[in-house]
Design a protein around this ligand. Structure first.
Ligand code: PLP
Length: 439
């Protein structure tokens, strides 16, 4: 009997009692390889001594100070670091406690930017189907996962969804990457025109789609086109890099590989690597300037924003990643992971696609490779794969996504950036066993 409301009232989660590197140990002494960083969170693995030392030092100096009264050295240094490493045009960082909070703050910053400029009519948010932006009401409204949204729809602000850029599912046969990128981005142009350009506030997208569709990278110059369309209509581009950002795809920010800069960007998960709950919104100078020369006050705020313990953890995580050149390892091990996945599943009758970037890779399960038909959702294949993988001592992140209204299954891998070749070999061997046992 537990007094905690867990995610499921039917399944009692195992109790984790210790963790080190890639391994989490439960109360029965069983070890699990963390091949997904929880939910693409644990980028440094578990129990990193440098992060723990930084947390001790921060707790010894000051553990909390409300931002209505004080700023702290840790928060200031993290803000400086985030901006120094940010895409062009980003001039400021706003620190929150996680991804959903970051998305909420980004939406409000966008709206306040419009109102400070006297563009009161800008209110429509456009996002993409097969996206996840968080579980709070604003973020849930932006997200496109109907399974998560359905029962809460009466509480959600109106948002508009266009097709994602999802080559495996949506690119037509004989359609070139360039043509497909143009067609997919063209949906944004059409939607903006339909709503009336002067009424559209922002477009929100994950550069590499994470939880809802499974490590789906964009095609060709899709995001360059999106950037151009947003600029032409005065629509703000919000990139949600909560899952795919902070090094996960091999560059610090996933949008670097697209050659564009957003107006607002959200980061979380890998920012603090799970050592503390933390997220941030990175905002462009123009948004800061509009608020600064206008009301001078961002009308938002949370009790734990800029938390010094969280900022100290994030600083330590980011310093270790830079010092140990772990992004090079993400690229090298990402290529090895892809190679091993291709070897294990490239001709598997029930794996339709293998995709991703860096240490953010997924396999998509299909009932039939030829027709790409998903498994019957009632079979809950993704849940079975997760359960069997745990029996094999492996943590992976399977999900049932939404594919044209039907649910499809994929398995996401996002191991810590410290992963080595032998770990990857072990991960893929266990996953192959788990998939075959679950089918
Ligand atoms: N945005 C994206 C792209 C995510 O993947 C997630 C979480 O999975 C969120 C936002 C929400 O983050 P959090 O769970 O920290 O609130």
């Amino acid at each position: 009997m537990t007094h905690l409301l867990h995610r499921s009232t039917r399944l009692q989660p195992r109790r984790a009692v210790a963790a080190s590197g890639l391994t989490i140990t439960d109360s029965e002494g069983r070890d699990y390889i963390d091949a997904c960083g929880g939910a693409a969170v644990s980028c440094l693995g578990h129990g990193h001594p440098d992060v723990i030392a930084a947390l001790h030092a921060q707790a010894d100096s000051i553990a909390y100070a409300h931002t209505g009264f004080f700023t702290t050295e840790a928060a200031e240094r993290l803000g400086d670091r985030l901006v120094a490493d940010a895409p062009e045009g980003i001039g400021h960082a706003y620190l929150v406690s996680g991804g959903s909070e970051a998305v909420e703050a980004a939406l409000k910053l966008a709206r306040q930017y419009a109102t400070e400029r006297g563009e009161e009519g800008r209110r429509h948010v456009i996002a993409r189907r097969q996206s996840y932006h968080g579980n709070t009401l604003g973020a849930l409204a932006a997200g496109g996962n109907e399974w998560r949204r359905a029962q809460f729809r009466p509480l959600l602000m109106e948002t508009h969804h266009i097709a994602p850029c999802f080559a495996y599912r949506e690119q037509r046969e004989a359609e070139s990457d360039a043509d497909y990128a143009a067609r997919a981005a063209g949906e944004l142009e059409t939607k903006i025109r339909e709503l009336g350009p002067e009424s559209v506030l922002a477009f929100v997208a994950e550069p590499v789609v994470g939880a809802t569709a499974g490590a789906v990278p964009p095609v060709g110059d899709y995001f360059k086109r999106i950037r151009e369309i947003c600029d032409r209509h005065g629509v703000l581009l919000i990139l949600d890099e909560v899952m795919c950002g902070m090094g996960r795809t091999g560059t610090l920010h996933a949008c670097e590989q697209e050659g564009i800069s957003p107006d607002l960007m959200t980061v979380a998960k890998g920012l603090g690597g799970g050592y503390q709950p933390i997220g941030a919104v990175l905002l462009s100078e123009k948004i800061y300037d509009a608020i600064s020369t206008g009301s001078g006050f961002f009308q938002h705020g949370h009790t734990y924003m800029g938390h010094p313990m969280a900022a100290a953890a994030a600083l330590a995580v980011q310093e270790v990643i830079a010092r140990d050149d772990l992004l090079a390892n993400v690229r090298e091990m990402g290529a090895h992971l892809r190679e091993r996945l291709t070897g294990a599943f490239g001709s598997h009758p029930h794996v339709g696609d293998i995709r991703g970037r860096g240490l953010f890779q997924a396999i998509e399960m299909v009932a039939d490779r030829e027709s790409k038909a998903p498994f019957d959702p009632a079979q809950k294949l993704h849940a079975r794969i997760k359960a069997v993988a745990m029996e094999e001592g492996l943590m992976v992140y399977p999900m049932g996504g939404t594919i044209d209204g039907a649910r499809g299954d994929h398995v996401l891998l996002a191991p810590p950036f410290i992963v080595e070749r032998a770990d990857i070999d072990r991960i893929v061997e266990r996953l192959a066993r788990a998939v075959d046992r679950a089918l």
